[in-house]
Ligand binder design. Sequence first.
Ligand code: GDP
Ligand code: MG
Length: 597
Amino acid sequence: SDLKHIRNFSIIAHIDHGKSTLADRMIQMCGGLDSREMREQVLDSMDIERERGITIKAQTVRLLYTAKDGQQYQLNLMDTPGHVDFAYEVSRSLAACEGSILVVDASQGVEAQTLANVYQAIDNNHEIIPVLNKIDLPAAEPDRVKEQIEDVIGLDASDAVMISAKTGLGIPDVLEAIVQRLPPPKGDLDSPVKALLVDSWYDPYLGVVILVRVVDGQLKVGMKMRMMASGAAREIDRVGVFTPKPLLTGVLNPGEMGFITAGMKDITETKVGDTITDDKRPATQMLAGFKPSVPVVFCGLFPTDAAQFEHLRDSLGKLALNDASFHFEAETSAALGFGFRCGFLGLLHLEIIQERLEREFDLDLITTAPSVVYKIHMNDGSVLDLHNPADMPDPVRIAKIEEPWIKATIMLPDEYLGSVLQLCTDRRGEQIELTYAGSRAMMIYRLPLNEVVFDFYDRLKSISRGYASFDYQWDEYREGDLVKLSIMVNAEPVDALSTIVHRAAAEKRGRALCERLKELIPRQMFKIAVQAAIGSRVIARETISAMRKDVLAKCYGGDISRKRKLLDKQKEGKKRMRQFGQVEIPQSAFIAALKMN
Ligand code: GDP
Ligand code: MG
């Protein structure tokens, strides 16, 4: 269809404000799926997404909508994730659209990610349609929330659309507003082909699938395309759109979004943000692309079974293709053997990747303590980026250590203000600003990132009963009084559990870690000492007393099936442990040990 009848838009919102549900309603209303195929949050197609009820991958759908003016419009919708760790997915969706629907829960109001997302949309020159959702709820206060949108965001909310994505109320008004208020895309059919590589993933049947937004020219089956940054050239064998079911169309015109395949198996050729052009008549200039994502949290991933190393490498490659914000490189550890150092946007991101590796790729993994990137200034003037606490040089050779700081925005009902201020102070935070919008407080704080990555978000949620929201952006590197806290189990150092901590917090943290490990490491046939140390100085110690680990002792008589079950269970437990000297440490200990207050 011609450009005039195309609208490309993202749905942006704070988590749980109803983006995915609104997308469902629009798909239903435009007939993309029949009622048998329709299920809740239909775009959240990955198992983990459905179980956790969150959107991880941005998704795109083409809808056909006949507007009140009698014309048929092609609406390309991108559903985006809301959690702070997935901001990178959001930024990519926004770059591929001209407008945004800003969904705000009318019973909750503006939250930290509402702000973060709306500012990104403004940065992308988007036209923004405010939508107040959940007006079916008795607690909905649309007038108050409209005022808040104007006061806090500075967006005109007088013609905000009132809807209930749950009941379907107001959905036709949203579709009309998209057609009337959002601009059509610009583009030229006769110019050399330029298409933005928005996303790519590996499909076991199709090979590499590439999601594109065509800017100029036409992509069609049989064309030899070239990816300008990677240089790879391939013949396109499929062109289609998601309705959300994949539908082959054969061509994609300027302004349109869809997918292409080219019989590719090599995941390294498709670089997200690259420009796709026609090999015969290439464009001279690339599109702006995306800002590269910078991972802020690192950890080691090691296969429990060393034979799975290659399988792990392969799986990480497939995941990295699907998730451009995830980085990895090979690493070896004395205790854990061959594995990978991986970079993430946050701790939730880390957990999701770890879970996907275990579920989708059937891997058993050891995850080492997450760490941020420190800058180590050596006495000889050189500066080292430290991604792994185990690689910390001898302190006598170090002149100073710098750590990353962030600027956090926290929004919360004022009744929780006292405890959240306390949390920020405990985490070495510095207050920059404290303002009110009605009964909600907005705090802006500077915090060291290493105090945030472990469990700050979980703590914040629990002390505010889930009502506080949080978002952060990079600030700067600053010098800190930091030391390496090592953990020894039975006198053997466990590198995977070493962390870098502030000197003032080292003792408390060391004690807590030892106590936690005492709970997490199962008793064995002999006594085990768990110690925390700074350099050679032991600052905390716990002892795990010995036990006879005969699970069968619990079985009286000869109930064979029960015995079998217990033995299987024990075997299962074994698989997920790692031998340290003589001691087995369960996989769960490595991350759980770091998640404490
Ligand atoms: P997302 O995180 O923004 O994608 O939010 P979801 O679409 O997953 O919705 C979060 C929760 O809010 C789900 O339990 C939905 O059923 C619920 N929800 C969404 N829209 C409405 C609505 O209009 N009214 C009510 N009462 N609940 C809604
Ligand atoms: Mg969602």
